[in-house]
Each structure stands twice: as structure tokens, then as C-alpha cells.
Design a protein around this ligand. Sequence first.
Ligand SMILES: [Zn+2]
Length: 466
Amino acid sequence: MNHSEKSMDTIIAYTKRKGFVYQGSEIYDGLAGVYDFGPHGAVLLNNLKDYFRKKTVQEKRDFFEIDSAMFKNPAVWDASGHTSGFSDPLADCRVCQNRIRVDKELEKVGIEADEKMTDKEINTLFDSKRDEIKCYKCGSTDFSEARSFNLLVKSNLGDFTAEGSDPVYLPGEACQGIYLNYKNVVDSLHPKIPFGIAQIGKAFRNEISPRQFLFRTREFEQADTQYFVKPGTNKDHFDKIRQERFDWYLDLGVNKDNLQWSQHDNLVFYASDAWDIEYNYPSYGYDEVEGVHDRTDYDLSQHTKHSGVDLSFNDNGEKFIPYIIETSMGMGRLFLAVLSEAYDEEEVGTEEKSDVRVVLRLKPFLSPVQIAILPLMKKDGLSEMALDIYRELNSQFRCTYDESGSVGKRYRRADEVGTKWCVTVDYESKEDATVTVRERDSMEQVRMPISELDNYFTEQIKQSYT
Ligand SMILES: [Zn+2]
């Protein structure tokens, strides 16, 4: 099917039906903006993370991965600007008490607004459009003034007093853990500059109206890299990193035609340049999956100032605060992009009888299941033979064993979750130790000795990385 024919509703229903994504706390009517990954989804998510580690850390000589704690000293979020500047402008409907995000509502009526504006700026715009902005619940246009609501999620960790002190927040973004450990990494591993630190970590935002499935959630994961460079060299590194990050999506099998760059018009005051990689999500259209930012020396300068610890780098006697090129990808957004890209419905019927197969065209290194092993019949020792092959291959590849229903039905089940190959054991197998290997996308079948399966799949998966 064409990409333009795909709909997010279909994909959301598919992810639930096939065990990729479930609404969080579903048996209790769910919790808005929170999702759980099911058996197939968890494997796909982990495969995406593994590939991120492979490309950004393992294949580089100048990159390290860390895993920082989520709880951080409250002072971190003052230094990062999150306690003061991390907010959405909200207004209350005076009729039904529903809350709206004023900047988003202004955008819908053609006014450029964003969450970085002051309350005064937002309210001036809001007042000019009051007749046009209606409550999406009750239709009223009677709203309070817009006020900023902080997006940080508080915890009560260590709060044993009635009044409380500074709350310990859950991370508003994962990357702060990298800045906090920059000095530790320098002191313990003595990297030369430039060098990078990567991290996959959770982040939380008190979104007023989480929506668009995995696209905007209250709990999410970010895969970040921070590249520490000498001031003045940042532009060159920035261009190179931008190219690398774009290529990453092509390596995952995303079509170039569904990706685009978008440069930020309104840069935050310290940033030197910022671009987003946008994916053409079914039903939603182009939106950000990853940001690439030239953040100058802002982050380490802020933490130097607030912590009192000198975070400058000593490069053979020359001291400076490194500039940072940041890449930050939303794992949920990546997951949704890769799944949307791979999802396909294909007409495979005849003139008399139409038939559609759902097939997830994932590269085999990403597929939750790589190989399905199917005995033609359960009897005559075929099951035993197939189970032997399953046990042998399953130590190296992600395999499943399926003996229920017709072979045709089993092929469909395999296609639907992206299984790249089906190995069928039949009566001939008992005679000459060969099996049929069917490939998912072409549906072509070849006969192959059982002894060659291991090498064949190893080679095919290796090739799929490029
Ligand atoms: Zn209302």
C-alpha cells in the first residue's frame, strides 16, 4: 500500500492486536498518556536501542555510554532552567473547567505561538482571538487568562516534613545525567577532545492533554548523544553529525521520501543552530522524531555556575568549557515511525476471491521474530524434527515454533509480526534432511539442507544492516 493510504487508527489497532503496544493500566480504564510495550513491542524497542548503541557507541572510538539515576539533586533543574522555564500556557474553560493549551489552540487559528512566550505575550495573542477559540469539550469561548504550568513531575522522595522542602523531580529530560557525569567520565577515562557520551533514559512531562498515541506521552524514553567539542569547531561537527543522524533512519529502512529536515526559526538564546528530523506519520503528518542542536557552552557553563565545580576541559594546558552538539531522539516516536514505515497491507487474492495480507516489512535485525519453524503436520515425527531445528536455531536467532492451523494461516501470522523467514519441515525433510525456506516479502520458497540454515540466516542478517 502507499504510505499516504496508511492510517494511524489502523496502526494503533494493529499494535494492540499483535502485542506491540497496550494502553497503560488498561483494566482500570487506563492512565492518559501512558503506554506499555507488549511482548513483540518490547523486543522491537530493545532491538532499536541495541542498534542505537551499535551505531553511536560500539562503532565509534570516541563515545561512551552511561546510565544515570532518574532522581537528581533538585538544584540540577534550577541550573537547567526547568523549574522556571519548562511550562505550557494553559487556560480554564469557565463553563466546564476543561483546560486547554493556549499556544496550540492559537496555532490552530493561524497564530504563531509557542510555550517559550511570556504569559503577557500569550495573553495578548489570546485576547485577539477569543471569539475563535472554543472549548473542545463544551464549545464555550469563555476562558480564564492563560497561565504557565510547569511540566516537571514532582516526587516526594526524601520529603519527611509536613511543609516539604525542594521537591525531587522526575527527569524532565534524560540528557541532564550526561552533563552531571561529564567530569566523572573525563577524570576516570581521560578522553581526548572531541568525545561523546550517549545515554538512553526515561523522562516525564506533566502534559495537559497527552494525545497522538506514542507521539506525545507523559512518560517516555529518550536516546541522547552529547558530543563535547572545542569552541570554534562546532559548526563542522554539527554538519557531520546531522548527516549521520539522517542516515541512521535510512539504515533502519525508513524511506527518504518520508523524512525531512526542519530548522528552528526561534532559537533559544544560547543555541547556535537547531534542526529537527521529521517523519511523515500516517494521519499526523510531518513531525519531530529527533532534534540535533548546537548548544554552545550553555549546559556546562550553567552547571559550573550553579554547582561551583569547574567543568572546563584541560586540552594540553589550554582550558575551555566545551561546546556541545546534542542529538535527542524520542524512542516512542522512533518506534512509531519504524512501525508505520514497515506496516503494509498487500492484495494477494485471485480474481474470484480477494484476499489481503498484513505484512510488517521490518529489516530482520529489527524483527521481534526472525524465523518461524513450522512442521507441515503434527504427526509422523515432523513435530519432533521441527522442534529440534527450533532448539538449534533459537540459541542464535529469535525463533518461534508454530504447529496450529494450515501452513497458509501460519505464514500469515508470521508475516503480520514481521517474521522474515518461515522454515517448513515436510515428509521430504525426513528423507533428505532439507527444508523449505520462505521469505516474507517476496513469498519465494527455496529448498535448503538443514545443515546450511545457520550460515544462511547469519549471512542474511549481516547483510541487512546496510
Ligand atoms: Zn468547556
